[in-house]
Design a protein around this ligand. Structure first.
Ligand code: FES
Length: 249
């Protein structure tokens, strides 16, 4: 006798996409619900994992005057949601040659003088889907604290929603990115591990491993990937793979 799979009924709910009503499974994210309804993301659908910021979305709920925002790949649909997709927000990004700018607050202020248009309304922080304290890093940048701005903005995924709400037309996320670049590349001391790893690469330590990977066909690569040794979920910091050839000594 065959095994009978128990049919699990998924509840369908109504949502509105670009003003048209669709019935979609209640378990889907906004992105998947739109695809379920027949939309195709041909370009710009991004990582689907909540890290690239390409899927910023605004939506409203029935009987609620507020505009909500979120990432379409992470936010699960709710009954009566009115959905739309935002094109990437075209905030102005300053042009600079990274090698030629100094890691100073003055350099940031010169490239982005609009920083001082901030009136601390906090709309940027309220809309951030990553819960970044945007106003806090803007304030840090105004007072010239690059380290604090880099630290506070670390979870930014460059979706641009902060900028879309800003009265002062400030491209917060671009400025924070510059702060992180300056902090990581020009201010913070170089990591000894990274330096050692780059030296190993230059010395050819990984050439054979790379050549072996390059000689594999797609099936062999898939097998190597799926059978790779993985760190156990509860491993402590002393865990090492059984083959340590690729690790630093
Ligand atoms: S698709 Fe990358 S964050 Fe949603």
């Amino acid at each position: 006798m065959g095994v009978l799979a128990e049919a699990v009924e998924t509840k369908m709910i109504s949502v509105y996409i670009m003003g048209k009503k669709y019935e979609v499974p209640e378990t889907l994210t906004i992105m998947k619900a739109m695809e379920y309804a027949g939309y195709q993301f041909i370009r710009g659908c991004g990582c689907r994992g909540g890290v690239c910021g390409a899927c910023s979305t605004v939506y409203r709920k029935e009987g609620d005057y507020k505009i909500y925002s979120g990432l379409a790949c992470q936010t699960v649909v709710e009954p009566g949601m009115h959905l739309t997709q935002l094109p990437f927000f075209p905030a102005l990004r300053a042009i600079y040659e990274y090698d030629r700018i100094e890691a100073t607050a003055e350099a940031i202020h010169q490239l982005y003088p609009e920083l001082f248009r901030c009136v601390a309304c906090n709309a940027c922080t309220k809309i951030c889907p990553m819960d970044v304290e945007v106003l806090d890093y803007v304030s840090a940048l105004k007072r010239g604290d690059i380290a604090a701005a880099a630290e506070i903005s670390f979870d930014c995924i460059q979706c641009g929603l902060c900028s879309s709400r800003c009265f002062g037309e400030i491209p917060q996320y671009h400025i924070a990115q510059l702060a992180r670049r300056l902090w990581g590349g020009k201010i913070k001391p170089a990591s000894p591990h990274l330096t050692a790893m780059v030296e190993d690469i230059d010395a050819g330590k990984y050439d054979d491993m790379l050549a072996k990977l390059l000689s594999m066909d797609a099936e062999q690569l898939k097998t190597a990937y799926t059978e790779r040794e993985m760190e156990p979920a509860m491993a402590d910091e002393t865990w090492k793979p059984s083959n340590t050839d690729g690790l630093l000594e």
